[in-house]
Design a protein around this ligand. Structure first.
Ligand SMILES: *[C@@H]1O[C@H](CO)[C@@H](O)[C@H](O)[C@H]1NC(C)=O
Ligand SMILES: *[C@@H]1O[C@H](CO)[C@@H](O)[C@H](O)[C@H]1NC(C)=O
Ligand SMILES: *[C@@H]1O[C@H](CO)[C@@H](O)[C@H](O)[C@H]1NC(C)=O
Ligand SMILES: *[C@@H]1O[C@H](CO)[C@@H](O)[C@H](O)[C@H]1NC(C)=O
Ligand SMILES: *[C@@H]1O[C@H](CO)[C@@H](O)[C@H](O)[C@H]1NC(C)=O
Ligand SMILES: *[C@@H]1O[C@H](CO)[C@@H](O)[C@H](O)[C@H]1NC(C)=O
Length: 688
């Protein structure tokens, strides 16, 4: 008995501390003004301030300090793009040789639709952003690299634990009609995955080191009218988790790093009140999500009173549940760290179906329903009946080059009616990805599938089940856990099941490689699973292009800033009131400002809320990364270059009473393009 007890302790002791783990976080907030937001493809959704900053969160895992590593990076960005991944890996190779490569680094986007876009090399996704935006790409690439550097430098002995639970109040299916086509739906009790999977990292003194959760839900709580940069429900859930362990720290600071990561969210909406016709209050047409035949009025919302409140609720639901799973996690991770990666030319993958029929994927194309958008954001691309293209400069230039699909392409995509035949469009450069990465990271019994797009609920289940079965059949034993890391490494739109594809809702219309897209991915992931199980190498596959040098942009440059005669940059335009009641009031102050694109304030802030302590020192209590603050910016005259920055602070009921002030930090540009920093400060005010 005693010996068995000792043995058990010995086994536990050797299980704990069996990994070497590093965590890091860095600011990747994009240009806070004048750049189209990525996600809804709504040309009028232009950044005009900050609600929450965007962060890159990196986690490195190894068996020992000298063994091979895997890196999982979660970014508060709509998706990882091919050019981001290529540039990050190039920089990592320059810093660390072959320690970090495209093969062992997985970068997964949370899918916020409230971050500045343009970080692309494929035309389709640059249409609404008026082309490539270098500032958007650079800040993300720099920040991902910085977060990995931080993680690299603080690697230490750690124990990994997992837990799984079911969260039922943070998501609904936004295409239930498509889901219902699946013959295997009877195997599941819901039309979305309620599963949240948590990986817990603790150091050798049992202190929390890091956390990753995977849960499938779109980050579309903020809708397509929002211009403030926001990391949406998942970003805020990550921030809440970090702040609950990094006690007393400002958002984005502290050693504990938590990432609420994305999964198979293709058909999953956070707008849990569901869609209604916003003009009549009646239900939308079930099959087409239209109201009187049009899509614009069929909109999903909730659960809150407005989009900010909904973001908070969906974030808190993920945060509280994730935290419970984190605290409860008791299933130890053990086994090797490993990885497999290959590039696949998705335009012509051959797959043998179970009944022996050979099928093939197709060069990418979008169906008509793609232009209709979804209940989370109708009318993507602003296609309207009879739209003549006025005001869409980029479209006017490129639509002359739109490609007419040939017979083979039409047959290949059947029953999808082709709107955009992007596969053969290469002017001025490629329109969509032909070559995509597939990747598996292994950490003991946990297998993370880096998928280059948005898998629907059922597509994700079939992929996970297949990979698990393949691993088991090839000799992997034990309690295998397979999770999908969505929107990873590059973006190739949606992946639906063939049955969902057959009814061509938005997600089916956006399944770009045709009806057999999913079976092709399953085949390619199975190859990686066999290789990882048997310790074999995989075919590297064809290299994706790096078209960075060919990129072009129509985004207007910041020419110069100015202030009205007699005013200075940073001078208060409209001051605070002398006093406010906490819990129910908002402080508002505006300043004569420079354009936020003159300096992104990476790792800094455009604002501070400061509290005067008893020894008269000013202590920063909030920044522009805080939930309680909003930084807004607007041009008052584009011709003279005059603009205003407005800071808003919702005073929480937990705020200390006393004296406060608000500062604004910015940069202005003169006609000779010289950029100069400035500061503005409000009058002092009382919080009672
Ligand atoms: C959501 O569900 C979680 C877990 O079941 C529960 O703890 C939480 O109270 C729920 N939140 C709301 C707002 O109902
Ligand atoms: C966006 O949300 C706001 C509430 O915050 C609402 O007034 C507006 O109608 C919504 N717009 C769309 C297009 O969903
Ligand atoms: C956490 O553990 C407690 C106690 O074992 C249990 O009652 C609870 O259901 C667990 N919560 C989750 C979300 O797994
Ligand atoms: C094999 O299955 C596919 C997909 O279900 C179907 O389209 C095809 O007709 C089947 N072929 C045969 C020979 O049964
Ligand atoms: C295009 O449509 C807009 C608005 O519907 C209209 O003002 C404009 O005259 C039209 N232009 C052409 C060339 O038809
Ligand atoms: C909050 O302020 C509004 C208007 O200023 C007022 O009507 C309301 O009663 C206040 N609520 C609380 C809880 O103080």
């Amino acid at each position: 008995m005693a010996i068995r007890y000792l043995l058990a302790i010995f086994v536990l002791a050797s299980v704990s501390e069996s990994y070497y783990v590093g965590v890091g976080r860095y600011d990747i907030t994009g240009p806070a003004a004048g750049i189209n937001m990525m996600g809804y493809a709504n040309p009028s959704q232009i950044s005009n301030g900050i609600h929450l900053r965007q962060w890159s969160r990196a986690f490195i895992f190894a068996e020992s300090s000298s063994s091979e590593r895997v890196v999982f990076v979660n970014i508060d960005v709509c998706m990882t793009t091919q050019i981001m991944k290529l540039e990050v890996v190039k920089r990592l190779k320059a810093l660390y040789g072959t320690t970090y490569t495209e093969d062992n680094v997985c970068i997964s986007g949370i899918h916020t639709h409230s971050g500045p876009g343009g970080y692309w090399q494929y035309v389709l996704y640059e249409v609404t952003s008026l082309g490539f935006v270098k500032q958007s790409l650079d800040v993300v690439v720099d920040g991902i690299v910085e977060s990995i550097k931080l993680a690299h430098h603080n690697m230490k002995q750690a124990t990994l634990l997992t837990s799984v639970g079911s969260l039922t109040n943070a998501s609904i299916n936004r295409s239930p009609y498509a889901y219902e086509q699946n013959p295997d739906k009877g195997n599941y009790d819901a039309n979305v995955d309620h599963t949240m999977f948590v990986l817990k990292m603790i150091d050798s003194s049992k202190n929390p080191l890091g956390m990753i959760s995977w849960f499938a839900v779109h980050c579309t709580s903020m809708n397509n009218t929002n211009g403030l940069i926001s990391a949406d429900n998942k970003g805020y859930a990550s921030l809440l988790t970090e702040m609950s362990y990094n006690k007393g720290q400002l958002p984005g600071q502290g050693e504990f790093v938590a990432a609420h990561s994305q999964s198979n969210e293709g058909d999953v909406s956070p707008n849990t009140k569901g869609p209604i016709c916003i003009d009549t209050g009646k239900p939308c047409d079930y099959k087409t999500s239209t109201c009187n035949g049009r899509n614009e009025k069929c909109i999903a919302s909730g659960p809150g009173k407005d989009m900010v409140d909904s973001t908070r609720i969906i974030a808190e639901n993920q945060y509280y549940f994730g935290k419970t799973l984190f605290e409860n996690a008791s299933n130890p991770v053990s086994g090797p760290v490993d990885f497999k990666h290959s590039y696949v030319d998705m335009t012509k993958v051959m797959v043998k179906l179970e009944n022996g029929t050979e099928v093939k994927t197709c060069p990418p194309a979008m169906g008509y329903s793609f232009a209709a958008g979804t209940v989370d954001g109708p009318g993507a691309f602003n296609f309207e009946q009879g739209d003549n293209g006025t005001g869409h400069t980029f479209w006017n230039i490129v639509r002359n080059r739109l490609h007419k699909p040939g017979k083979d392409q039409i047959e290949c995509h059947h029953p999808k009616p082709i709107l955009l035949d992007i596969g053969d469009m290469t002017v001025p450069y490629q329109w969509a990805a032909a070559i995509v990465p597939v990747q598996i990271l292994r950490i003991g019994q946990l297998f993370i599938l880096g998928v280059p797009g948005e898998f629907s609920t059922m597509a994700g289940r079939r992929l996970r089940d297949n990979v698990k079965k393949t691993l088991q059949q090839n000799g992997v034993t034990g309690d295998i856990e397979v999770v999908i890391a969505g929107l990873a490494n590059t973006y190739a739109d949606y992946i639906t099941t063939p049955e969902e594809y057959s009814v061509q809702r938005y997600e089916g219309a956006s399944t770009i490689y045709g009806p057999y897209t999913l079976v092709a991915y399953i085949q390619e992931f199975n190859k990686l699973a066999v290789a990882i199980a048997k310790g074999q190498s995989v075919d590297k596959g064809p290299e994706p292009p790096n078209d960075l040098s060919k990129q072009w942009s129509l985004v207007p440059r910041v020419l110069y800033d100015s202030v009205p005669i007699g005013k200075k940059f940073g001078e208060v335009e409209k001051d605070v009131k002398p006093s406010y009641a906490r819990g129910n009031s908002t402080v508002v102050v505006s300043f004569y400002a420079g354009h936020p694109r003159n300096g992104l304030m990476t790792g800094k802030t455009f604002l501070t809320v400061e509290y005067k302590s008893t020894n008269s020192d000013w202590k920063v209590v909030h920044t522009d990364a805080s939930w309680e603050t909003r930084f807004r910016w607007k041009h008052t005259s584009e011709i003279t270059g005059e603009s205003l920055a407005t800071v808003e602070w919702d005073i929480p009921s937990s705020a200390l009473t006393g004296t406060y002030r608000i500062q604004h930090f910015g940069n202005h540009k003169n006609v000779l393009e010289k950029i100069t920093p400035y500061t503005g400060v409000s009058s002092q005010f009382q919080v009672m």
